[in-house]
Design a protein around this ligand. Structure first.
Ligand SMILES: [Zn+2]
Length: 243
């Protein structure tokens, strides 16, 4: 079943700064907890799920994971009380973790944009934790000074404070953007009618369901920690986000 049919309204897709909200439990049990409205990012596109709490009836339920099935299920910490269906809860996303993930995720977009612009390389994979990430590129040769040059170019893009915009376009319109065809044609399932575009204005556009900061200036500093050769034309760049 597609995410379009989930009963949960995804608040974080509209407002990436939202950290607290009111919700009602639609279902709860072995599978997890389903809310009518949630700002918990459930994971995807290399970005891990949010952590946080649900507050209700004087107790708290820690949320430590999410599962994407017929519905969006929030996974409670083992042993925590679980709110029954119909309960009004206050949801809160753990800010430190989410903000670090937003900075890291946005940093990966800058890296992706810079490596494509300067070396013509396409991304073949990636993953992130709060503050660290890796991204894989199709890059046959690693020119001398590559690591330092990429790091400097990324930090130059951060220094100019490029806007990071989010907009939702009908599928056909979205795939007329050349950048989107480059990165996502085969990644967006056919049944998805509206495509969310994350645009680092002037640098990089992607079809993307993750959370990002509003300006490259909020990323901090990108350190390219390592460039690994993983075989024929396959390079893995490891980055760290510093303050
Ligand atoms: Zn993204």
């Amino acid at each position: 079943m597609s995410q379009d049919e989930w009963r949960t309204h995804r608040l974080e897709l509209d407002d990436q700064t939202l950290r607290e909200w009111d919700a009602v439990v639609l279902a709860s049990g072995e599978d997890g907890i389903v809310l009518d409205r949630s700002a918990f990012y459930p994971g995807g596109g290399g970005q891990p799920p949010d952590h946080g709490v649900l507050l209700w009836g004087g107790v708290q339920t820690r949320i430590v994971d999410a599962r994407k099935g017929d519905d969006l299920f929030l996974i409670p910490a083992e042993g925590d009380p679980v709110p029954p269906p119909g309960t009004a809860v206050r949801g809160a996303v753990e800010d430190d973790r989410r903000t670090a993930l937003m900075r890291t995720h946005s940093g990966l977009h800058v890296l992706c944009g810079v490596v494509f612009r300067d070396y013509g390389s396409l991304v073949t994979g990636g993953n992130m934790e709060p503050g660290t990430a890796r991204m894989d590129f199709n890059l046959p040769e690693v020119p001398p000074g590559f690591k330092e040059a990429v790091e400097a170019a990324c930090n130059a893009e951060i220094a100019v404070g490029r806007r990071i915009d989010v907009r939702v376009l009908p599928r056909d319109e979205a795939f007329e953007i050349p950048d989107i065809i480059r990165t996502a044609t085969n990644l967006v399932p056919a049944e998805v009618k509206d495509v969310r575009i994350v645009d680092i204005v002037g640098l990089d556009q992607q079809a993307d369901g993750g959370t990002h900061v509003a300006s490259t200036a909020q990323i901090g500093r990108i350190e390219v920690v390592k460039v690994e050769n993983k075989g024929k034309g396959f390079r893995r760049l490891r980055i760290r986000i510093a303050d």
